[in-house]
Design a protein around this ligand. Structure first.
Ligand code: ADA
Ligand code: CA
Ligand code: CA
Length: 266
């Protein structure tokens, strides 16, 4: 969140909270296979047909860069982290708006909107304002078709070791980091749009564990610093088939290797 917008966003959240009285989706209990977003006030929105856009096929197999493809199907105000512990959680393109979970600034004590773990998948969600601490990932996970309207402290954090797949993702207005990597891990990102941030990815400062990161088909613009930053001489990063605009340095700090191919500039 850009600082000048904080008061405006606080007002908007207050109004949204008032408008959504009676729509209590704030459970912190775990959600698992086959579940879908709560606070469904539309009688026509059962099942996957309510998603305004499916992530399953639109961009696979093509060279296009679309990022997230949801158009919001409604707001869900949440008051605690939603845990996805197995299977697939389909947010049906609803906009998840945190309340009482942080202000979306640079404080490190904010809650994530979602926690996805143990190989589970989160798909078809829009993260509203404030973006708080985004989405936390543990023990391997997949994100598919996620839009961050206004990134908070950061967008996606890898919290423990594993292999992570992120596809069809986009986010805006990150004051500092988009991806934050806090454990030895493999992260493969395809079809991303990251605009207006400090850096697209940061391995946690002063850590020397190994991460292996790939970005393919990404559109990255307006980074204050650059794309990949690490202090670990054992980590690797590669970006391919992507378009950059005012994106700073591709590689910052220490890496075992940090490479690119198929890059265009606009
Ligand atoms: C900063 C902070 C870390 C951790 C990280 C994060 O790098 O120094 O302790 O909180 O942010 O996960 O956001
Ligand atoms: Ca941080
Ligand atoms: Ca964080």
């Amino acid at each position: 969140m850009r600082k000048r917008n904080i008061l405006f966003h606080a007002l908007i959240v207050f109004v949204v909270c008032c408008m959504s009285m009676g729509c209590d989706s704030g459970s912190s209990s775990s959600s698992s296979g086959g579940s879908s977003g709560g606070c469904d006030t539309s009688s026509s929105s059962s099942g996957s047909s309510s998603s305004s856009s499916s992530s399953s096929s639109s961009s696979s197999g093509s060279g296009s860069i679309t990022g997230g493809t949801c158009t919001s199907t409604g707001n869900v105000v949440i008051t605690d982290t939603i845990r996805v512990t197995s299977g697939t959680y389909d947010g049906q393109c609803k906009t998840y708006i945190p309340s009482g979970m942080g202000d979306g600034g640079q404080g490190e004590d904010q809650k994530p909107v979602f926690r996805v773990e143990n190989g589970a998948t989160l798909k078809n969600v829009i993260i509203g304002t404030p973006g708080v601490d985004g989405i936390h990932l543990y023990n391997g996970a997949t994100l598919d078709n996620v839009t961050f309207k206004d990134v908070g402290e950061d967008a996606v954090t890898v919290k423990s070791s594993g292999t992570y797949t992120v596809r069809n993702i986009e986010g805006y207005a990150s004051e500092d980091k988009f991806f934050q990597i806090n454990a030895a891990s493999t992260l493969n990102v395809t079809n991303c749009i990251i605009h207006d941030a400090g850096k697209a990815l940061r391995q946690n400062g002063d850590t020397t564990f190994k991460i292996a990161v790939t970005f393919d088909r990404c559109d990255i613009a307006d980074m204050n610093e650059g794309i990949f930053r690490s202090d670990s001489s054992s980590s690797t990063a590669r970006i391919t088939n992507s378009r950059l605009h005012n994106a700073g340095d591709i590689c910052i700090g220490n890496w075992a290797s940090c490479t690119s191919s198929g890059i265009t500039y606009y």
